[in-house]
Ligand binder design. Sequence first.
Ligand code: AMP
Ligand code: AMP
Length: 314
Amino acid sequence: MELGENFYENLCEKYNSALKDGSLIFNGESAIHEKIELVTGTTTHTFQLTQLQSLLHRPEQGIRAENPFENPEPELTVVPSFGEDGKYRIVLNKFPVVEAHFMLVTTKFESQNSPLSPSDLHSTYRILNNLKLHDCTKEWFAFYNCGPQSGASQPHKHIQFMTIPSGHCPSADVLANTSKFSIPDQSQEPLQDASLPYAHFLLRLPDDPKEVTEDVLALIFVSLLQRTLTVLKENDADHISYNFLITDKYMMLVPRSRSKFRDTLGLNSCAFMGLLLCKSSELVDLVKTEGPETILQEVGYPNTSGEESNEYNY
Ligand code: AMP
Ligand code: AMP
């Protein structure tokens, strides 16, 4: 099943009707946004803090028996069947903080702890590319919180799609702009910004969407995953947890050590796009006191730029 010309239009219509009839609870109205700048040498990194009064009704931790993605609510379902053999559905997030936040979910149960398949990656890219063509007002990105310490709350495989707030420029965008696409191999190592303290691995996608095939996406993903798994192994992690981010320009993976900072501030993939969600003013104060970059390192692992790679250490 193709997405079609009208996907973005359908997405907006579905979102507006679900909002109107109460099938969806928008949590962004009470949000207060604040920008924090971190200057390291000649580089400035920008973070956006979003303070929420409450995340009404949203389950902290979903359980398999009450899986909302097994039979998603029809009022939230934008595309009931997408991909080869109807492998996926496209469903609105019931508790969004950003308008029209939606998800690509597998029709049959698959674990959120499993890696993304070539088909998951390509379906995700096709959606991003469709949005790029039909929504000229916003920049979209997709993310996947994989593993027990990644910040995921639902165990059924779901890749989420959100817009970047206007005026915000993630550090990952800046890093991606320093390189061009080439097939990952020994000479094309993933990029990592040495001015950030946490480990992260990024590769550019081809500029021409026709060149972004399943195979190319899979090669890029595997190359980034190898680095991520090496970091987890070297730090004796007893779980495989990472955040995955993709735009129409790049893919990035970030190994995770824990899902929460000091057991109070939960962070998922969005945090590595510089978007930190704080559910109280105390948490906003905590981020300001500790510094977002220190917090991100604490829930991830130390930056590994400059470390040699060889056949054992990818
Ligand atoms: P994560 O917390 O990253 O695992 O993402 C799961 C998302 O599912 C959360 O952002 C929730 O807001 C969303 N969610 C929870 N219950 C439902 C539901 N019944 N329908 C649609 N989305 C839901
Ligand atoms: P969480 O409690 O982290 O699962 O997030 C609550 C809801 O906000 C979910 O719908 C998330 O996907 C979404 N979300 C998470 N982080 C951010 C962020 N930094 N900005 C906006 N929305 C976010």
